[in-house]
Design a binder for this molecule. Structure first.
Ligand code: HEC
Length: 206
């Protein structure tokens, strides 16, 4: 009787021990235990962002071959140089018309990518602006109101000073629509400014 109990206790301990030790056996750090078909869980190929002994820089992610262009993509033809800027300002034209529909689509893009710094009316008073070393200038101030569509595209492509490039965040079409909306913000206050200048001008004397 006692022997039977002892045998049962002993055998169940051994069983439990072998069960736990096998389920906890670590084949590698990603493994949860026994694997019947490891290839079903983990592919033998290198994973994104992982270490790779095959390349000198040890990175699995490779840059596309130099000069690669995605299908259907037209590269911005103006280089990041003063001449590139001058030419872009003069010759780059927005393919989208300045219609209320396009401006509304541009506004939607602005509300996602620009508003937190530039503010709802482009006055440079977005919620993040206060945290920046220098807030963005109003689009409608003297220095910015006459920026051409080409210059704004150039800034979005390459960035300028504190203003980072948005070429990686926005497609070409998104940038073009966005520019149509920024152009409406550049006009804010312009008429009243002109009116003020006219009013302040000294009356002509005869
Ligand atoms: C992280 C904050 C931030 C975001 C987001 C941002 N900007 Fe700016 N932007 C700035 C700052 C700061 C400046 C002032 C740059 C300077 O002169 O240092 C600026 C300047 C500009 C200028 C004028 C550049 C000049 O010559 O003075 C334009 C045009 C502009 N931004 C457009 C945009 C558009 C369009 C978007 C949305 C895609 C955007 N920005 C998103 C911070 C931001």
């Amino acid at each position: 009787m006692n022997k039977k109990v002892l045998f049962l206790a002993l055998s169940s301990t051994i069983l439990a021990f072998s069960f736990f030790s096998s389920s906890c056996r670590r084949i590698n750090k990603d493994s949860s235990g026994v694997e019947y078909m490891p290839d079903m869980y983990r592919s033998p190929s290198y994973e994104d962002n992982s270490y790779n002994p095959l390349f000198a820089d040890s990175m699995t992610d490779r840059a596309p071959v130099k000069g690669t262009v995605p299908v259907g993509f037209t590269p911005f033809p103006f280089p990041n140089t003063p001449e590139g800027l001058a030419n872009a300002s003069q010759y780059w034209k927005d393919p989208f018309p300045a219609t209320p529909e396009i401006e509304a689509q541009g506004k939607a893009i602005y509300s996602i990518y620009c508003i937190h710094c530039h503010g709802p009316s482009g006055m440079g008073d977005g919620k993040v602006a206060a945290k920046l070393p220098g807030p963005p200038p109003p689009y409608s101030d003297k220095a910015h109101r006459d920026f051409t569509e080409g210059e704004i595209y150039y800034i979005l492509e390459y960035g300028r000073n504190m203003m980072g490039s948005h070429a990686g965040q926005l497609s070409v079409d998104q940038r073009c629509k966005l520019i149509r909306y920024v152009q409406t913000l550049q006009k804010i206050g312009q008429t009243s400014d002109t009116a003020k200048t006219v009013a302040a001008a000294p009356a002509p004397t005869k």
